[in-house]
Design a protein around this ligand. Structure first.
Ligand SMILES: [Zn+2]
Ligand SMILES: [Zn+2]
Length: 137
């Protein structure tokens, strides 16, 4: 396991160092933050193809690939080939892709949806209340 000090002193291998780093898994929303943290410290990485951030849990690497995955993480640390990416393998759907698809499929636009929301709920608070209440049903 790598320590934060290791990461800072060896920052050429760490793509992202900053005073307060924060990484969020684009699949589940899991967030890790801290000082001078790099992705490998929090077992997150990004896809070499789509650039999305994924944590180890969401990568769901099959057993036969585990060894290669561990090697890639050890050598490159923050970027993995697309074969390990849930988005590039259609195991997860990114929000922006989801929205684009639904809009095209149903012939709607962001503007028309916003208009409808405005007419229906009047205020942002009412709208969020509706979302929260509908979700818990
Ligand atoms: Zn995740
Ligand atoms: Zn990807």
């Amino acid at each position: 396991m790598k320590s934060i000090n290791d990461c800072v002193s060896n920052s050429s291998s760490c793509n992202y160092t900053c005073d307060a780093c924060s990484y969020t898994c684009d699949v589940c929303g899991h967030t890790e933050s801290g000082i001078d943290l790099c992705m490998s410290d929090v077992k997150m990485f990004s896809c070499a193809k789509c650039g999305r951030t994924i944590d180890e849990t969401c990568a769901k690497v099959p057993d036969y690939d585990k060894e290669e995955f561990t090697e890639v993480l050890r050598d490159i640390r923050f970027e993995v080939p697309a074969k390990f990416c849930p988005f590039c393998n259609m195991k997860a759907l990114a929000d922006n892709n989801f929205i684009s698809y639904v809009c095209i499929k149903f012939g709607i636009t962001r503007e028309s949806i916003l208009d409808e929301i405005k007419k229906t709920f009047n205020t942002y608070d009412n709208f969020i209340k509706y979302l929260v209440e509908s979700k818990s049903k």
